[in-house]
Ligand binder design. Structure first.
Ligand code: AMP
Ligand code: MG
Length: 335
């Protein structure tokens, strides 16, 4: 029989039963899934190499893909890095706690398994009461990639974690659906000027308000209206076993399939199971993974995603959609 995950409801008050129990499990070397404002993380004590190895095992994640350290505040971040450039300080002061991850030279005490053998470490201060309460209760950095099996969609609810990870995680803290919905923006301050390694809802323009010369992601993410179709991003490829995702220009009629579109696109005739997302980028990002998870759980044969606007503010969403459609390697083989 497959072991079922243990779940505790939490709100993030200090001293709360679930938070105290989670800290106990973590300090004993266990794995705890917890909510952050981006997606649910699969946490282990980040300075305990054996505990961090369990994350890789539980996810089936290759050891070559480093994980993010979560800390309670800027002081906590400085303890896991060897260098903290002025750009890092400015970004941290402006965007932490929040969905921004900073990559810097690692401190010696950070186990190499966390960094996949690199001499850099990714660190973030999450903006979620449960993540904050947990970090303060444990008192050490928590390594926490998204709490999904490798190649699958990141979880935005505790239910997604339970369905995906089952008994591979010792405890799941259920703090409700996450607010941002997609993974953090990743910026490296190892280079000067700093460079965006992964798009997130904090866009490069926002980063440039505090560090004007931040370089955008090496792979182009803003698609112009003049963009030639069909692009690689419109290809039909699997994002997870059994459920291909493809990008389409309008709501298709799919028997047995699923469609994700925006409110303004509803009304088209289709026999597909339709999940409607808000018209604005923030709302769309918040609901996207949940829509993918729901359609997958229903057992649709394929998922067609109606292309959202190719406009500023939608870069990170386009990045994840392209990864879902299999045209790019994602963080987990999938974003
Ligand atoms: P996840 O938490 O599953 O979204 O994955 C963490 C992301 O951070 C992946 O894209 C990793 O490749 C990236 N990452 C973690 N540590 C580093 C690092 N030291 N240098 C560059 N990227 C990193
Ligand atoms: Mg991930």
């Amino acid at each position: 029989m497959v072991r079922k995950a243990r779940v505790m409801r939490v709100s993030g008050e200090p001293g709360e039963e679930g938070v105290v129990e989670a800290a106990r499990v973590l300090n004993a070397g266990g794995l705890v899934a917890f909510p952050t404002e981006t997606v649910y993380g699969l946490g282990a004590v980040g300075l305990d190499a054996d505990a961090v190895r369990k994350i890789f095992e539980a996810k089936g994640r290759p050891a070559t893909n480093p994980v993010i350290l979560h800390v309670a505040d800027i002081e906590g971040a400085k303890r896991v890095v060897a260098e903290w450039p002025e750009a890092a300080q400015r970004l941290a002061e402006r965007f932490w706690p929040g969905p921004l991850t900073i990559v810097a030279k690692k401190a010696a005490e950070v186990p190499s398994v966390v960094c996949a053998g690199l001499d850099t470490v990714a660190v973030r201060v999450p903006d979620h009461p449960v993540a904050q309460a947990l970090l303060r209760e444990v008192g050490v950095p928590l390594a926490a990639p998204s709490a999904n099996p490798y190649t699958r969609v990141s979880p935005t609810t505790a239910e997604h974690v339970v369905r995906g990870m089952g008994g591979a995680v010792d405890l799941v803290l259920d703090g409700g659906p996450t607010a941002v919905g997609i993974e953090s923006t990743l910026v490296s301050v190892v280079e000067d000027p700093p460079v965006v390694l992964r798009e997130g809802m904090i866009g490069v323009m926002a980063l440039r308000e505090v560090v004007p010369d931040v370089q955008s992601s090496p792979s182009p993410v803003v698609l112009g209206d003049d963009r030639a179709h069909p692009s690689p991003g419109l290809a039909a490829v699997h994002y997870s076993p059994g459920v291909p995702v493809r990008l389409v220009e309008e709501v298709p009629d799919l028997v047995g399939g699923g469609v994700i579109c925006r409110g303004s696109e509803v009304g088209a005739q289709t026999r597909a199971t339709v999940r409607v997302l808000p018209d604005d980028a923030e709302g769309y990002a918040r609901g996207l993974y949940s829509a993918l998870h729901e359609l997958e759980a229903i057992g649709v044969t394929e998922i067609a995603v109606v292309a959202p606007p190719r406009a500023p503010g939608w870069e990170a969403i386009w990045d994840r959609l392209r990864r879902s459609a299999g045209s790019e390697e994602g963080d987990d083989g999938q974003g």
